[in-house]
Design a binder for this molecule. Structure first.
Ligand code: DGL
Length: 290
């Protein structure tokens, strides 16, 4: 193997928020980002289809000398990771590793919440899989978890509408539905890697909703606005910890500080939108997955 890249995969642009978090912490490694933009969103697709598409992407990253691949996509982590780890890798790629984003997030969230009431905002697929609920309950049995699917949020981001006034309605609607399920929530996981782009609107709407809820509440007005957990920084520290615990993998990774971008959509379209996530110009290469 001439190079050892860290591969990062997402259905589209969302995983760039994970890549960004990881590169800020570990800029010295070499990375390859793969976005399956032509087939995004994955959020409403079936388990079988998400597995098939994710496996195709993982195989491509393996071909491109990535001994380690991070599924920087909650939907793929929820629907495909387990099968890849338990069925595919042992048989076809025993020396490679594929990691997801749900467990590292679940590990930290239970230690952050004070009320132990946690809300998860994610795609329909991630919420229906109940992966966050199961993972957090296993690690932090004292926590209560409720989830809310936000079907319009990924299209808002993928179509560059996330900072337009039209997005306010959909952001408020999903937040209201989440808080209605459990007003004691003090910590909210953005369980989809696209959502950090909506953060300014989420914070603004949340502050307004919390004020209204507090005025209406007869029970507990001590609650402050729930805090938001963006995943990038937690995935980065979890990866750093993983590499510390697995020196045999760390030794296989090269340190040239490079980053390549692959997309199943047109390279120019990717370049245009990626700059919204990374605030820098990137060059992308078109690839096909099968
Ligand atoms: N960014 C992906 C996630 O974290 C999903 C977006 C989609 O393809 O629906 O869940």
């Amino acid at each position: 193997m001439t190079s050892g890249n860290i591969g990062i995969f997402d259905s589209g642009f969302g995983g760039l928020t994970i890549l960004d978090g990881i590169r800020q912490r570990m800029p010295e490694y070499d990375y390859i980002y793969l976005g399956d933009n032509a087939r995004a969103p994955y959020g409403t697709r079936s388990f079988d289809v998400v597995y098939e598409f994710t496996l195709q992407a993982v195989k491509k990253l393996f071909e491109m000398d990535c001994p380690l691949v991070i599924l920087g996509c909650n939907t793929a982590s929820a629907k495909a990771l387990r099968s890849i780890q338990q069925k595919y890798l042992p048989k076809y790629a025993p020396d490679r590793r594929v990691l997801g984003v749900i467990r590292p997030t679940a590990e930290v969230v239970g230690t952050i919440s004070r009320t132990k009431h946690i809300g998860v905002l994610a795609t329909e697929g991630t919420i229906k899989s109940e992966s966050y609920k199961l993972e957090i309950e296993k690690l932090h049995p004292d926590c209560t978890i409720v989830g809310q699917a936000c079907p319009m949020w990924v299209p808002l981001v993928e179509n560059n509408e996330f900072d337009k006034p039209g997005a306010d309605y959909f952001v408020k609607d999903s937040l209201q539905k989440l808080l209605n399920q459990d007003p004691l929530i003090d910590t909210i996981i953005l369980g989809c890697t696209h959502y950090p782009l909506l953060l300014p609107k989420i914070k603004q709407q949340l502050a307004q909703l919390s004020t209204v809820n507090c005025q209406l509440s007869t029970v507990n007005c001590q609650l402050s606005t729930p805090q938001i957990i963006p995943q990038g920084q937690y995935i980065a520290s979890s990866l750093e910890d993983y590499l510390r615990r697995h020196p045999e993998m760390d030794e296989r990774l090269t340190r040239g500080g490079t980053c390549q971008y692959l997309t199943t959509e047109s390279a120019s379209k990717f370049r245009e939108c990626a700059s919204l996530f990374l605030h820098e110009e990137v060059n992308a290469q078109h690839i096909t997955l099968s």
